[in-house]
Design a binder for this molecule. Structure first.
Ligand code: NI
Length: 227
């Protein structure tokens, strides 16, 4: 009995290994719970699209439609005051598997004198989002990238900056925005865009198409920062 079970398991394991070998040898990434874990996306490189300053009543919706068509999840760093105006966008993001982060209530820039006010903006925005999604907000993109590490402990929040900035807010030249991103694309890159322009929506979807073709897999930022 024991022998048979062992034998069965051995056979199973060797079949899995054979299948893995057939698929792609580097795809075998290790043993998990006794089974052979096969990375079915062996060639995929993770990359993250992030969108700041929304939600926008029109462009965010267009973007969500395009991302859904492509099966892509993104990260949205939203402003509390825009969330209050367009709560249905936040509900949709949440339902469709996007990650929602905090971009302060009114796009406040942290400076030497306004730390407490800045913190209150983060708290207020978290509350507005959490009331809609029922989920704790853990990620923050501080406007202009100015941040104070003490908030990480005080608020249990993690700042997320970016590695590729195509300056989409200052150009409506879609081809140029796409080119800037695809030129700099690399594994684990975090792309900064703004879902409040028609050109950004068009460019972002073209970026997805181009980079998916190159083997990139679009993920939410938590997968890049903690996996
Ligand atoms: Ni911003």
């Amino acid at each position: 009995m024991v022998y048979a079970m062992k034998k069965g398991r051995l056979i199973k394991t060797s079949i899995l290994l054979a299948v893995a070998a057939l698929l792609c040898v580097p795809g075998v990434i290790g043993y998990k719970n006794g089974a052979v874990a096969v990375n079915s996306m062996a060639d995929s490189k993770k990359i993250a699209l992030t969108f700041d300053d929304g939600p926008h009543p029109y462009y965010t919706e267009q973007l969500l439609d395009g991302l859904k068509e492509r099966g892509v999840h993104a990260t949205f760093f939203v402003m509390g005051k825009h969330v209050e105006l367009y709560p249905e966008m936040i509900e949709r993001m949440n339902e469709e598997g996007h990650l929602i982060g905090n971009h302060t209530y009114s796009h406040m820039q942290l400076n030497k004198g306004n730390g407490e006010e800045f913190k209150q903006e983060l708290i207020r925005t978290n509350e507005v989002i959490e009331n809609l999604t029922g989920q704790e907000v853990q990620y923050v993109r501080p406007p202009y990238g100015t941040w104070d590490k003490k908030f990480e402990k005080e608020l249990n929040m993690f700042p997320v900056l970016w590695t590729i900035d195509p300056l989409d807010w200052c150009s409506d030249n879609v081809a140029c925005i796409v080119q800037k991103v695809t030129d700099k694309a690399q594994e684990n890159a975090i792309i900064l865009m703004h879902d409040e322009y028609k050109s950004t929506v068009t460019a972002a979807l073209q970026i997805v198409d181009a980079l998916q073709e190159q083997g990139y897999e679009f993920v939410t930022v938590d997968e890049i920062l903690f996996d």
